[in-house]
Design a protein around this ligand. Sequence first.
Ligand SMILES: Nc1ncnc2c1ncn2[C@@H]1O[C@H](COP(=O)(O)OP(=O)(O)OP(=O)(O)O)[C@@H](O)[C@H]1O
Length: 824
Amino acid sequence: MAAQNATHAPDSVHDAQPDSTRDREIASEQEHLDRVYQRLEEKIHEAEFLMDDAAKRGQVGTPGALAERDAQVFQAGAHLNRLNSEYEDFLFGRIDLLLGKDGKKGPDGAYTSVEPADGAIADGRAEIAETLHIGRLGVLDADYSPLVIDWRAPAAAPFYRATPVAPGRVVRRRVIRSKGRRVLGVEDDLMRPEITATLDGEELPAVGDGALMAALGRARSHTMRDIVASIQAEQDMVIRAPAASVTEVEGGPGTGKTAVALHRAAYLLYQDRRRYAGGILIVSPTPLLVAYTEGVLPSLGEEGQVAIRALGSLVDGAEATAYDSPAVARVKGSSRMQKLLRKAARGALETAGTASAGAAASKPASKPASKPVSTSAAALPDGQLAFGEEDDEPAETPAGPPDRLRVVVFGARVELDARDLHRIRHSALGGTAPVNLLRPRARRLILDALWSRSGAAKRYTDPELAAEARQAFDEDITTEPDFQDFLDAWWPELTPRGVLAAMADERRLGRWARRVLNQREVRKLARSLSRLDDTGQGPLSVHDVALLDELQLILGAPPRPARTRDADPLDQLTGLEELSTYADRMSGGGRSRRERLEEERTDYAHVIVDEAQDLTPMQWRMVGRRGRHATWTVVGDPAQSSWSDPDEAAVARDEALGTRPRRRFTLTVNYRNPAEIAELAARVLALAMPGMEAPEAVRSTGLTPRFAVADEKDLAGSVREAARQLLDEVDGTVGVVVAMDRRAEARRWLAELGDRVVALGSLEAKGLEYDATLVVSPAEIADESPAGLRVLYVALTRATQQLTVLSGTRDEPDEDGVPDLLRD
Ligand SMILES: Nc1ncnc2c1ncn2[C@@H]1O[C@H](COP(=O)(O)OP(=O)(O)OP(=O)(O)O)[C@@H](O)[C@H]1O
């Protein structure tokens, strides 16, 4: 596809329209929209009546009446929920179709044939046999004829798929622009420009300059818009791909991968709501991208079943706020961490009770060993038993796990010393079972050792008597609170955060990481974890969160009393929790359902991974655990990967996706960047990924990227000046991308320019877009990490209209200010 000039769109449709044609067409769509609203109002009244009636029945109180009430409330509520979507541009498309081949109608009242009937076109002329309006939801007229077809229905597919090369039955595709109840404009594409088509005896006109170009040229805000009115054919193939198995989508910057992923979630829910009641999880790389995209699904009328979460907040209670240096990220993301974490979890037990030892409880760990206990001995058939110390013990003992256990039995002291306890711990830890779940086993081994050391076993020749005595022995020991205290200190419940904190001790970490990490890696890792306090509280990085998730698995959660869910019984009966108004959804008032979904779910029915190229092996493991029984959609672009070892990540990705069959798609058209910017970015692509093809830009603005050189003594001033210039030139947003280390200062530099400007670290720019972008020092960005050139490629592909590149001396700019990295 050749780039089109957005400011002077070509005559893709017709030349300037006589106003009367345009006005007439707008008036005709207005008439249709009025009918739609009239029908919607009727439906709303119906729904309200049902709700009212249901409420009255509720007062009757017989079980039958209550059940009926529930059913009615559900139906009425479902209506209202859908009809509330009217406030967005409810109706946005129309297709005029030839007569179909088989003359059959589908459930939405539209003819199902894709191909025209033989003879539908005769001598270059044809009569339009069917007109369908496409909208966010389906609406049927009182006689069940379709007033609006849901954009996800099969009958709407030709609206997205038809092209002049493969038009099927479509003669004219129209995008309708409306606001509230008013039609503002129409944009037509003729799919069969060679024929003369008539509708009700009149020639079918075509109006406008093409909807796609209009959509792409629009100023950007801080939130993404849906593309429901202008989804392109190659994107539609992905959105409607069958859900089974794994759908993998690759495509360069701006090809619509994120947009397609979001629309696919809405499509899947429409297709099979019951199946996806299990929830759809969308995994996004950064909270910024979550904030940017989370309005799209509500605008498509979908939200309840979909959770959009950033990689750094995928684990409940964790919220990544810190950044790791590339070198630390590389260690933390690597699959070598699995082995290290297993060792650390086991090792943390041995250091339990010391500072940073990973235990959950804040009990003084030394208490049971140090406190003299004079437990009154429980009577055993043949002796007495007591715990604790009889001799004097210093009041203060060094912190650490208890290193001995003494009981008094038959008047004699039985003791397990440090070596015994170590041996028992070692033997209990054998195998790979979760550490927190091994405590009962360790407890049994302790009792075995005490029993054997007490010599009691020898006194019984009758095995039955021996068993009885043993049972009583165990009971008496284990019911003593001091024994519980001992166990709590010697085998405490470990928490993932606690184990991470334990790893901040470099010497200890060095022991656990033997033959896994080298000395430098150990040092860097320990230093980065020292951000956490002894219990593991403190700022987490996005890579720490994947480690927490892995540790959760390694440690296991000890059984707890079931959490009671404060559920409304009606809620469960009828599914009314899905009901929310459009306004609620947009304002966040309807979030409780979603929040609950996010809180409780760890296994989803479908998982969508955005920017999949960036997931580290450890992150793939974390995400994989959330989709063990799921189907998947995975979208990404290897050329934008900030992970340094793609092969290692590919192995982890394969493990996460399992052996499910895969269906691959490639998106080839760049809808974001004008050709002038795409061409510049392609130079970096050639360096970052030689041989990789850049997507083709769909439009051109005639504005070439600008190059400037910063004042060495006043970088802040230079950045401000360049940003200010861009602000003057565009209506929407300006993104200023700097190396990660400069984030904080760049924010300060730009604070005075207002909220149309955003300062971003290079890694934060992922997935976002701005009307204009200022990229500060490409060399600094490229030198930041082994994947730096790919990160720079991301930075250079964020602008929809204008790009300025500001160089420092490190960039070695030529006399035109073009930095070395961007020269031809
Ligand atoms: N069919 C379309 N109609 C209108 N706008 C579109 C269409 N497809 C994509 N866009 C727009 O192009 C821009 C880029 O889309 P999106 O962010 O989904 O691309 P991407 O492939 O995820 O990019 P990146 O890899 O750079 O993150 C968005 O503004 C999106 O709304």
